[in-house]
Write a protein that binds this ligand. Structure first.
Ligand SMILES: C[S@@+](CC[C@H](N)C(=O)[O-])C[C@H]1O[C@@H](n2cnc3c(N)ncnc32)[C@H](O)[C@@H]1O
Length: 374
């Protein structure tokens, strides 16, 4: 960001309403967020809710109507506090940190970054009177499925996530864009020097200098990690991929009728017109199955040991094959079907002089393969 841009962009402004304003800026006063604040890229004002309470005891809370444990923050006190900090023409979103809220996501963080700031109400006790939540149109946001004792830490989490995305805060824009959640996937694993540490080497591909292969490896790692750890994110990502690849597919496959049925010409998957060899990615049809067509006339031929982050089914169309799946050997012949579960190392080779033809179905919208050392 140029000096001129910095001057013209108004800093992102957070106003916190809390019973513990002294907690702020807390950790946000140091490191990346602290330096950004010093540079004037964002500002924080913490306002004491009790300043808006009236009466001798300046009570901010009262017992829950209908009975029950704990106390509830009063609507009159909270209403006055919100009105006081909302300036003329202030369009910043008004947020109540609340375990009942919608989960804070990276998408929401980006939206808040673009909103110019936020008014953040930190609840305490049992929560906040519903009437003020409704009348002041507070958006409830949760930072996770657990209960904190107050909204202050939630507000800090939210601000930290936003501030690091503000222009001029992070060194390189890319360092934000490649991160977990930005592409709908978790990020791939990182490595740095020393090249060998406690006998463990950095994956060879990362020191190959081949940028295309590195990008492909990272994407595969991201997909696999997400599939394993966050099936919810994976499902959403796969559905989106399917949608967009379905659109791309029209370039290759001929669509038949309204229902989405399609046909792919042999010239679009086979390496040679007369050999059972080639492949297609399910992306072509926008579906979750890809196929490799394998054929050889020679005995002992077949792919090296490898694995995929999804299940694979082999249909023996012709001849005999010797499969190794997770160290087990399986002999299979024409008409038989072999199954290799996701992530299980496997290979096969043709047996005998009749040659071998297989149809290998990959349960994925694209073929992803990691070759392994034997
Ligand atoms: C003890 S909690 C109240 C919990 C409330 N009785 C419930 O069961 O939903 C007090 C305050 O902490 C904050 N808080 C607690 N957990 C939170 C979370 N997961 N995300 C955001 N804020 C939270 C809210 O501001 C809440 O009003």
């Amino acid at each position: 960001m140029s000096e001129q841009d910095k001057d013209s962009a108004a800093p992102w402004k957070a106003t916190i309403l809390s019973l513990y304003p002294d907690m702020f800026p807390g950790p946000l006063g140091t490191s990346l967020a602290g330096r950004a604040m010093e540079k004037g890229l964002w500002s924080l004002e913490a306002v004491h809710i009790r300043d808006f309470a009236e009466g001798k005891h300046r009570n901010v809370d009262d017992t829950p109507s209908g009975g029950g444990a704990g106390m509830v923050l009063r609507p009159d006190v909270i209403g006055s506090a919100i009105d006081h900090v909302t300036g003329e023409g202030d369009t910043r979103p008004r947020i109540l940190l609340s375990p009942r809220g919608k989960p804070l996501t990276q998408e929401k963080v980006r939206e808040l970054k673009d909103a110019g700031g936020a008014i953040l109400l930190c609840g305490r006790f049992e929560g906040v009177d519903q009437r003020v939540i409704d009348s002041r149109e507070l958006e409830e946001i949760s930072i996770g499925d657990y209960i904190l004792s107050g909204g202050e830490l939630g507000a800090m989490v939210l601000m930290d996530a936003v501030v690091r995305l503000l222009p001029g805060v992070m060194g390189k824009v890319e360092s934000g864009e490649e991160e977990s959640f930005e592409s709908g996937l978790l990020e791939y694993p990182h490595y740095t020097r020393p090249t060998v540490w406690e006998g463990q080497e950095i994956p060879e591909i990362l020191t190959s200098g081949h940028h295309g292969k590195i990008a492909k490896w990272r994407k595969e790692q991201s997909i696999e990690l997400t599939r394993e750890r966050r099936p919810d994110l994976y499902a959403a990502w796969a559905a989106l991929e399917k949608q967009s690849s379905g659109k791309k597919s029209k370039n290759f496959a001929s669509i038949i009728g309204e229902g989405g049925a399609a046909i792919l010409d042999r010239s679009n998957w086979a390496r040679k017109p007369d050999v059972w060899s080639g492949k297609f990615d399910g992306l072509v049809f926008g579906t979750n199955a890809s196929v490799i067509f394998f054929s050889t006339d020679e005995a002992g031929k077949g792919p090296q040991l490898h694995r995929h982050p999804y299940d694979e089914v082999f249909i023996i169309r012709k001849g005999k094959a010797l499969f190794t799946v997770d160290g087990e050997t399986i002999e299979a012949e024409e008409g038989q079907i072999v199954f290799a579960p996701a992530n299980m190392p496997h290979k096969f080779e043709s047996v005998g002089s009749d040659g071998l033809e297989t149809i290998d179905i990959h349960v994925s919208n694209e073929i992803i393969q990691e070759n392994l050392e034997e």
